[in-house]
Each structure stands twice: as C-alpha cells, then as structure tokens.
Ligand binder design. Structure first.
Ligand code: G4P
Length: 531
C-alpha cells in the first residue's frame, strides 16, 4: 500500500499542467509549436497551425476556423520534458470564445502569458489575467518578438506591473532588439545566450558565454557592451528579485524575453515551468478537499468538444484528473447521473494525435467519448460524491431568437441546441411563455459556429433574429414559495437554460434594477457555477 502511495506521489510530482494565455497574434500558436518541437514531441514546424501552408491540425478542427484562420477550440497536448509529463492546454485567443478559455483555466495549475513586446499589455491579456487571479494561478511571462523593433523593456515591465497588478521579476534580459538583437542575459546564472535567427535552432546550436564581464562579449559587440552592463546594473537594482513563494501565490511573475518564431528563449520557459511551476495540488470538491495523491480516482469535465477528428464523429468530454490513478477499463461513477461508466475507450492527447489511455494521474487530461450524457462541470470518481467546483458560466451579453426554415426539422433543432448548450458552445434559454428558443452568447462568432454546426451535424437551417433581451440573470431564493411567486408574476421574462436552471431575461439595465428592487428576496446571479 505504501509503495503504491509513493508511486502516486511520484507521478503527481512530475506533472505540470499549464495553459498559454495571450491577446490574439501575440504568438501563442508559434510558441506552442516551439515548445512541442523543443521537447521532441513533434518533428516538423507547421504541425500545430499552418495558416499559409494550408495544413491544419489540432487546434483547427472546425471548418469555420479554417475559413477565418482563428483557433476556436482549445486543444490539449501532452509531452515529456526532463523526466516530467507536461500537459499543455491551448486556449482560443479570440475574445468571442472567452468563456471556453475561462473554463480551461480552471483545469490548469499555472499559466504562461505571452506578450507581443511591440504592443505591450492588450485587452484580452487583461481579461485573462483577471481570471487567473480568481484562483491565484502562478504566471510565467514571455515577452515575444524581440527580433523586431519592440518597446523599451523597462517600460514593458512597468506596464505589466501597473495594468495587470502583478510584480515582475526579470529572469533574463534582452540585449538589443530587431536587427541588433544579440541575445539574452540570464540574471540568475550570469550567462549570455547568443541569438541566432532560425526557426529550427535547438539548444546545441546556441552559443552561451559565461559572465557579463567576459572579454569575449567585448570582442563580439565592442560598441554595445558598456551600455548593456550599465543597463543590467540598473535592472538588477530597480526590479524585483525572483521569489518562488510569491510566484506560487500568484503575486509575482518571472519574466523571460525572446522570439518564439526563432525558437529563442523557449528552453528557459520550459525550464522555469519544470523548476518552479506547481505540480497538481489539492482541490475543493464541496464536501472536502481532495489531495492529488489519494488513491481513489476523481476528476471533473471542463470542456466538451465535437468533431475533433473527422474520422471520429463524436463528442469528447475533457476531464482533468484530480486524484488517484486512472486505468483503462476501470469503472468510474458519473456523479450527477449516479451511474457507472466503463471507461474503456478513453483517450489521451499526445502532442497532436489521440491515443488510448492506459493510465493517467492528477494533472493529466483524458478524453471521454460522450453521447450526450456528460455536461461541462460533471464530476467523476470511484464512488465518493465529490463535486468539483469553480467551472463558470457567464451571463450572456448577446441574444438571438432562433427559428427554422423547415418546420419538420423542429426536433433536430431542439436536439442540436440542447447538445450545443450542454457543450457550452452557446447558452440556450427556453422561454416559459412558449415561443422560439433564445440563444445567448458572449461573442457574436459563437452564433456563427452554432449556425454552421446545426447545418453540418443536425441538418438544420436555422435563422437567427435579434431580440429585445439585454441580459440574463440566473435566479435563486432561499424561500421556495417566493421564487414561485416571482416566476408566475414575471412569466413573460422567465426561462430555463440547457442545464435546467431558472433564468430571468431582462430587457434593459433599468428593467433589471427595478425588478431587483421589487423582489429583494430573489438573488440575481451574473455567473453560475455548474452544480
Ligand atoms: P496567436 O496564436 O497568439 O494568435 O499568434 P501566432 O502564433 O499565430 O502569431 C501571430 C503572428 O506573429 C504570426 O505572423 C507569427 O508568425 C508572428 N510571430 C510569432 N512569434 C514571433 C516572433 O518571435 N517574431 C516575429 N517577428 N513574429 C512572430 P502572421 O504573419 O500573422 O502569421 P503566419 O502567416 O506567419 O502564420
């Protein structure tokens, strides 16, 4: 027994599960690809995304993504690096799919923030960091694109500190930029890593010079070294030193500089994740906290993805393992339905291929084929009623009613919308007064995805019309009678979502405020967690 426990603890300690977050175009996809190349998980550039070559892979499953060249679906990639198992969760950069991103962030233990150094902190970075802050997720920062003319590095650190409200500890420091980008100086190991352009460069090709006072540097860059040494003195004096505990608490971020496209600075990031980022730790499961090295298996679903592979027309529920050992063929309990499922065809995601899982441990993501019984937020275990919390749904900001051209397809429409609602692709509200179903989204592209999927997967031609709804609020009340009273008094504005939750559809902010004033016992929720 104790050796089994030790083995579990060992497996947990060697796991790192993180997501890359960034504003679109900062270089997330490029960096993902370089991380995979670096670790040896893929051999060829262009495997993750090839906008220009026309090759599309993991993150570009859907037709709509191909047309627009954006990445809608998050994907999961697992690879080995320095005797660790790394799980990398991709997030859609486009803000219209931010809900999906928020949910992915609940399944990771740390995040890698990529910033385009020519642009600095952008809108989407701010939003994503706010989400990371909710769970005090440790953040590693990568300032990208130093092979181009970028902004002043000290100014960039200042911006991160002031706007994102997180202290910066530079771990490397860039030497020049653009045409005169020479490399980075490592403040911790006192060495200069020389930059050489080239996307396939690996560690062995890179020259490292020990010591900032090394005369070799003066030989190479006679005109620049004096200035650089002064700058480094200044940076050392003016910036925070790296502090592991502050990083783990989410209040300080180690900052690295480089160029993803040239594969420069990638090793340092991977090493930081292995050396400093946390292994899976305990998680709240409502009834109690669960340790990752407890023997019984448990986990929760944070995402459902359809059409991942045209060869498999199915839906995959992505489950983050939170404790124990998952073994192929074992019986696991679907807690909401109180039903055992035999997990024989569960898959894992190695770089970009899916493979059958033999075993998985806390921090790993496994994919369960799903025929409609699994919803986002569902917990699974070996029997104990553990309900993992924190998977958010946000009150939508955009609404459309949906109708169909061919009334004979009504059943397919309802089935399609129910499934897309459960997947979290869009929120579906069924008005209590009857009438057309109402779709709610955070970003307008979600409607396009729904329309194209309804057509492709359910054979339904749907038409979306605008509505007078301004926002939705999930409602609850300790007093069951009061809630019923509220429901019948405002039946014209009441609805039920795809998860069976009661929601009030407000026509304007004034309408919402007035209703809240009139019904002080009713609680109006802007987000809902999966119960
Ligand atoms: P994203 O996933 O965050 O949206 O960004 P992505 O990696 O697609 O990169 C956005 C653009 O920035 C791409 O150019 C990419 O080649 C470029 N890029 C990424 N890293 C670097 C870097 O270190 N230096 C420079 N100079 N450029 C970088 P694109 O022309 O929009 O796309 P593509 O046609 O090259 O794919």
């Amino acid at each position: 027994m104790s050796t089994e426990l030790n083995q579990l603890a060992e497996q947990v300690a060697r796991r790192r599960t993180f997501a890359i977050i960034s504003h679109p175009d900062a270089g997330k996809t490029t960096l993902t690809e370089k991380l995979l190349l670096f670790s040896g998980a893929i051999q060829q550039a262009g495997t993750v995304k090839g906008k220009k070559t026309g090759k599309f892979a993991t993150s570009d499953w859907m037709e709509i993504e191909k047309q627009r060249g954006i990445s809608v679906a998050s994907s999961v990639m697992q690879f080995e690096y320095r005797e660790h198992t790394v799980n990398l969760l991709d997030t859609p950069g486009h803000q219209d799919f931010s809900e999906d991103t928020y949910r992915v962030l609940t399944a990771v233990d740390s995040a890698l923030m990529v910033i385009d150094a020519a642009k600095g902190v952008e809108d989407q970075t701010i939003k994503l960091l706010n989400v990371c802050r909710l769970r005090s997720t440790p953040i590693v920062t990568f300032m990208n694109k130093y092979d181009r003319e970028v902004r002043d590095s000290l100014e960039l650190l200042d911006e991160v500190e002031n706007i994102l409200k997180i202290r910066c500890a530079p771990v490397t420091w860039p030497i020049g930029m653009g045409k005169t980008f020479r490399g980075v100086y490592s403040l911790l190991s006192d060495e200069v890593i020389l930059f050489e352009p080239g996307s396939e460069k690996l560690l062995t090709d890179v020259e490292v010079i020990q010591g900032i006072d090394n005369p070799r540097l003066d030989e190479l860059f006679p005109l620049e070294m004096e200035q650089l040494r002064m700058e480094i003195e200044l940076v050392k004096g003016a910036s925070n030193e790296f502090d592991l505990q502050a990083f783990l608490d989410g209040t300080l971020t180690p900052v690295f500089f480089g160029s993803a496209i040239n594969n420069f600075g990638v090793r340092e990031i991977l090493d930081a994740l292995i050396n400093w980022a946390p292994a899976p730790s305990e998680r709240d499961a409502t009834v109690r906290s669960v340790h990752p090295d407890e023997t019984p298996f448990s986990g929760f679903v944070f995402k459902i993805q359809a059409n991942m592979d045209p060869k498999h027309r199915d839906r995959i529920a992505f489950l983050r393992v939170c404790s124990g050992r998952f073994e192929r063929g074992m019986k696991i309990k679907h807690l909401r339905l109180n039903r055992d499922i035999a997990a024989s065809s569960v898959v894992t995601f190695m770089a970009h291929a899916r493979e059958t899982v033999e075993e998985a441990f806390a921090g790993d993501i496994i994919g369960i084929p799903n025929h409609g019984n699994i919803q986002i937020g569902d917990s699974f275990s070996e029997g104990e009623a553990l309900a993992y919390t924190g998977i958010p749904f946000f009150a939508p900001e955009l609404f459309r009613t949906v109708r169909i051209k061919n009334p004979l397809k009504l059943k397919q429409l309802h089935k399609g919308l129910q499934q897309l609602g459960e997947e979290g692709a869009v929120q579906v509200f069924k008005p209590h007064s009857g009438g057309d179903l109402i779709l709610g989204a955070v970003g307008v592209l979600q409607f396009e995805v729904v329309a194209s999927r309804l057509a492709a997967e359910y054979g339904v031609d749907a038409v979306f019309d605008s509505t007078s709804i301004w926002s939705a609020r999930w409602v609850s009340c300790a007093d069951r009678k009061k809630l019923e009273e509220f429901e019948s008094a405002l039946v014209g504005q009441m609805s039920t979502d795809a998860g069976g939750n009661l929601a009030f559809l407000a026509t304007s902010r004034v309408n919402l405020n007035l209703t809240q004033e009139r019904w002080p016992d009713i609680v109006f929720h802007e987000t809902r967690e999966h119960a």
